[in-house]
Design a protein around this ligand. Structure first.
Ligand code: NAP
Ligand code: G4F
Length: 337
């Protein structure tokens, strides 16, 4: 039986990865932050809380990292924990750097010293491409981050590559484009839209307030993406891989797809700060722009080229963006029933 350790096991990806590894017969350990009330909602929803072993673990504490790597004889270490919300990273730039950048080298260095046979996965991100230098973006596209989050993740990405090349470690980065699910955090735009639309479809009347409607993202399903992480650590040779669908969609079009899945007929009018959306069937205004959600620097367009993962890992995304919008909208609608 192989042993895996997942940082961020209580997050969206951590929960899906834990379930996937348990189904593969792994012994799964995970790190959870000490908070006043333990938060295992996502693991509970996937029915795996009692099958994983949880350890008090904060990425900001070097001794937490030391202890789990010294004690657990880990075959595969998945570093998924992060301050993962781009919007918050301008308010938390130093904390974001500590957790998303510095913690990565602490983990790598501890593995190097105490457990060099452990394979390591780093959660890198398409946010590193930021002001994109190439369309679509691949493993060789030049990085140009646009947020404190993106900058911190660039450090995590390059230090993983550097430890691999310097110390012959099995360390790989997955450059994952946006991936969502019914377990997505409520502040991210897809979930904010599906939660808001579900409430409107259930009789509510609060229009959803959003920022930049023109941004484009390459959205896939988180359940598909965790399989790609695992494939990376099964390779004889460690490497970096883009996971993406190769399809990009505006926030506006995702909104329309989610509304359509709930039986709405979304009509758009106006531009910029005056843009609104109405459900022609109910006559309700369902979206208005609130400039408070604009970012100091925006990532306008992300679209990934997953050819390397497709050919070398045999990985393939299965869920389309419209299926994803429908899955999330219906899940939020059912939860309100
Ligand atoms: P998420 O839902 O926000 O989960 C983040 C996890 O990190 C949570 O379990 C959180 O714990 C934990 N965490 C945060 N700060 C921590 C700390 N100081 N010490 C220990 N744990 C901490 O994120 P996700 O969407 O699953 O993403 C997983 C990883 O992939 C992240 O590194 C993210 O940056 C990266 N990524 C995500 C995407 C995407 O589209 N989802 C794309 C590319 C890369 P709490 O439950 O206590 O908050
Ligand atoms: O859903 P978002 O907050 O995701 P973002 O910034 O792309 O980051 C996510 O994906 C990254 C991968 O590229 C991950 F690394 C990261 O951890 C995270 O999972 O915002 C998407 C877009 C942005 O352009 C934002 O400006 O939606 C736009 N947007 C418009 N209105 C909004 C809103 N975003 C949020 N969160 N809330 C809004 O009201």
């Amino acid at each position: 039986m192989k042993t895996a350790f997942i940082t961020g096991i209580t997050g969206q990806d951590g929960a899906y990865l834990a379930k996937f590894l348990l189904e593969k017969g792994y012994k799964v350990h995970g790190g959870v932050r000490r908070i006043s009330q333990p938060e295992t909602t996502r693991l509970d929803l996937l029915g795996v809380t009692n099958q994983v072993e949880l350890h008090e673990f904060d990425l900001a504490e070097q001794n937490n990292i030391f202890r789990v790597i010294r004690d657990l004889e880990i075959d595969e270490f998945y570093n998924l924990a992060a301050q993962s919300f781009v919007g918050a990273s301008w308010e938390l730039p130093i904390y974001t750097a500590d957790v998303d950048a510095m913690a990565v080298v602490k983990i790598l260095d501890t593995i190097r010293s105490l457990s060099p046979q452990t394979r390591f996965y780093q959660a890198s991100t398409s946010e590193m491409f930021g002001l994109v230098q190439e369309v679509p973006q691949s493993e060789t596209t030049r990085l140009y981050p646009r947020s404190p989050y993106g900058v911190a993740k660039v450090y995590g990405h390059y230090i993983t590559m550097n430890y691999r090349e310097s110390f012959d470690m099995h360390a790989s980065s997955g450059i994952l484009f946006n991936h969502e699910s019914p377990l997505r955090g409520k502040e991210f735009v897809t979930r904010k839209i599906t939660l808001g639309l579900a409430a409107l479809a259930r009789g509510g009347d609060a229009a959803i307030e959003l920022g930049n409607m023109d941004a484009k993202r390459d959205w896939g399903f988180a359940g598909d993406y965790v399989e790609g992480m695992w494939h990376m650590l099964q390779q004889d040779v460690p490497d970096d891989y883009v996971l993406a669908t190769g399809v990009t969609t505006t926030i506006r079009d995702f909104f329309t797809a989610a509304g359509t899945a709930l039986g709405m007929d979304i009509e758009w009018s106006g531009e910029g700060e005056d843009e609104t959306a109405t459900d022609k069937k109910s006559g309700k205004q369902v979206m208005k722009v609130n400039p408070k959600f604009y970012r100091p620097a925006e990532v306008d367009l992300l679209i990934g080229d997953p050819t390397k993962a497709l050919t070398k890992l045999g990985w393939k995304p299965k869920v389309t963006v419209n299926e994803l919008a429908e899955m999330m909208a219906k899940s939020d609608y059912d939860a309100l029933g």
